[in-house]
Design a protein around this ligand. Structure first.
Ligand SMILES: Nc1ncnc2c1ncn2[C@@H]1O[C@H](COP(=O)(O)OP(=O)(O)OP(=O)(O)O)[C@@H](O)[C@H]1O
Length: 481
């Protein structure tokens, strides 16, 4: 049987409080709701909840401010943070304040129920221990709000206050090095060096000398003792890129260093103690390399303590436009002409396959910032910059597709209706397209009718009436913001 408890839900949107409250009550929890930081404070004392579920943007301030104080007063409380801001920054702040879990909006009710169950079942786990001091949150480089990136942010936030080895996996150009840098810059070792070495970029016979250093005279051309990357990274982070390309002999030596915490230079005999955090990355299938005897299994286990998988850009298309605009903004900040994307160009970017992932998108945006003559980048200019065979053959601008669909629909209806002088064609068409438009708009603002009405440019009451007329229940559309 699952554990039940008392839960305080804090959100200024009554719809969230109702939906979440009802769902939790159905599972046997005692639930109270609040809509502001002030009400939250009062209920924490009078209701004494086991779990606090709180939004970040509240009418009287930032819902994360004060969480650390609450936890100091109520050490047994578990805090689950909900946020529509969905950035790495929010995930890290929530974790730093001692939140048990962070759920980006729109969230799934089952996921919330699971988080509540975990909080009640396992007792409080304070992830913030050791993550002291102000972190440099501004200007965080990782862009993306897709669920897959949210998962990445949550994992990053969890490894900042420890030294666990990380293995970052993903195709080339997905941002593996950027993730490694973010972990270093935001973690406890940020005042010490971040040193990167790419196994695929160094001749095989030089890898050991590069990693571990060498003594004077160790080989032809070794004219002075040279520290390796391990020593250079002392106290900081060593990023081992393309680890799947490391030769077997170097792997054996690396494993020995990781086990002993000591490095011996090539040609040297006196070991030097090193204290570095290891972050490795690869776009190769390491388990397959292990089967083929090209990668050591024991080294794999040593490196893969916390895996972070970066999905290919084509698997998180919702991030494409955000990233494209980010790169255009950056180009403008660097002094290039400020460019924006036409709607059709944006749609084409979303349809493209992105074999080179974020790096390819970044290069393309930089190129267009320089080369495009117009301030608004049009779809045909973009199409000329993309490899033809990669643009889906049936791609047509969405507005053209819609116009074509309406034309065919009208022709068919007029054909069917020949001889009937009175038809409600106009209403019939609206009944086809309006429900879709309303559902999509509401989903994009997490069910918030005021914001949906604003986007649609119609009155909220009109929207509500039309939803009722079409038999659409707004509460079932999506959890509200
Ligand atoms: N989420 C992101 N937000 C902003 N910029 C990103 C993001 N992901 C990647 N980039 C940018 O894309 C480029 C490629 O990223 P990065 O070098 O980290 O990829 P990688 O996976 O390490 O590639 P490789 O496997 O080829 O070494 C970099 O310039 C990086 O700054």
């Amino acid at each position: 049987m699952s554990v039940t408890g008392s839960i305080l839900v804090v959100d200024d949107d009554p719809a969230i409080c109702v939906v979440v409250g009802e769902a939790l009550r159905r599972q046997g929890h005692k639930v109270k709701t609040a809509s502001s930081i002030r009400e939250r404070g009062a209920l924490i004392d009078s209701f004494a909840p086991d779990v606090l579920i709180t939004d970040v943007m509240l009418p009287d301030g930032d819902g994360l401010d004060g969480v650390a104080d609450i936890l100091e007063r109520k050490p047994g409380l578990s805090v689950i943070v909900l946020s529509a801001q969905n950035t790495l920054n929010t995930a890290i702040r929530a974790t730093e304040k001692g939140a048990f879990e962070y759920l980006p909006k729109p969230f799934d009710l089952n996921e919330l129920a699971r988080a509540v169950g975990d909080a009640l079942g396992t007792g409080k786990v304070n992830e913030s221990d050791g993550a002291e001091g102000a972190l440099p949150h501004d200007g965080l480089p990782l862009v993306g709000r897709s669920p897959a990136m949210q998962e990445v942010y949550r994992t990053i936030a969890r490894v900042l206050s420890n030294d666990l080895s990380i293995l970052v996996l993903g195709e080339s150009g997905t941002g593996k090095e950027l993730v490694a840098e973010a972990i270093h810059v935001l973690g406890q070792r940020r005042t010490k060096p971040f040193v990167a070495i790419n196994m695929a970029a160094i001749p095989r016979e030089l890898i050991e000398a590069e990693l571990f250093g060498y003594e004077k005279g160790a080989f032809t051309g070794a004219s002075v003792r040279t520290a390796g990357k391990f020593e250079q990274a002392q106290g900081g982070t060593l990023f081992l890129d393309e680890i799947g390309d490391m030769p077997m002999e170097a792997q054996t030596r690396l494993l020995r260093v990781l086990q002993s915490g000591e490095v011996t230079t090539v040609g040297g005999s006196k070991p030097v103690r090193v204290n570095v955090r290891i972050i490795a990355a690869t776009n190769k299938d390491l388990p397959r390399l292990i089967e083929e005897n090209k990668f050591r299994q024991d080294l794999y286990y040593r490196l893969n303590v916390v895996p972070i998988s970066l999905p290919a850009l084509r698997e998180r298309r919702e991030d494409v436009i955000l990233l494209a605009r980010h790169f255009l903004d950056r180009a403008a900040q660097e002094g290039l002409p400020r460019k924006s994307l036409s709607d059709d160009a944006a749609q084409l970017l979303m349809a493209y396959h992105w074999p080179g992932n974020v790096r390819e998108l970044q290069n393309l945006m930089q190129r267009l910032a320089v080369l495009s003559r117009e301030n608004v980048i049009a779809a045909d200019v973009l199409r000329n910059s993309l490899p033809l065979d990669m643009v889906p053959a049936d791609y047509a601008a969405p507005a053209d597709q819609l116009g074509q669909a309406v034309r065919e629909w009208a022709k068919r209806q007029l054909g069917i209706g020949l001889g009937q002088p009175n038809r409600n064609l106009h209403d019939d068409l609206l009944a086809v397209i309006e429900p879709i438009l309303f559902q999509e708009t509401l989903a994009s603002v997490d069910g918030n009718q005021i914001r949906a009405a604003g986007l649609l440019g119609i009155n909220r009451n009109t929207l509500r009436k039309k939803l009722t007329d079409y038999g659409l229940d707004p509460l079932q559309l999506r959890i509200a913001d």
